[in-house]
Design a protein around this ligand. Sequence first.
Ligand code: PNS
Length: 160
Amino acid sequence: MPKAVVPGSFDPVTRGHADVISRAAAIFDDVVVAVLVNEAKATLFGPEERLDMLRQSLGPASNVTVTSFSGLLVDFCRAEAATVIVKGVRSPADLDAELQMAQLNRHLSAVETVLLPASPELSYISSSRIKEIARLDGDVSDQVSPYVWRRLQEKLAGVD
Ligand code: PNS
């Protein structure tokens, strides 16, 4: 089985992301979770915090590694000798966006994209909505790991 990359902003990692990553790890021998570091894009959590939350939230899987990247995803895939990108799809809007990215990435290089349909019970989960709800004092503890929930509360309280 080829090596696969699961890329994303992971700001922060959600239960939906963790589900896609563990399903990718069941299909591919080697999975690299790649956190995009993009100085131009404002994120709530810095790169090291996002990596830490991923490492704390993913179960122990010997074939999953977590790292960061900047620049083009296809260049990262080439450097990692990964030939497949795995993305989760929650909705027709996601599919629209992912289809275009998959086609662009394949145009830029030979990398193929495998789209995994989100598990229905997790398909409403989104990092952006989680941050919005948490900022408004809502409870999103069932949408992230206990560790991420704590880091989210600390961050929004200004502790971190
Ligand atoms: O979690 P996100 O924000 O939906 O992830 C988007 C991501 C990181 C997969 C995408 O923005 C990306 O691949 N960025 C790297 C730059 C790049 O390669 N752009 C061209 C994509 S067609």
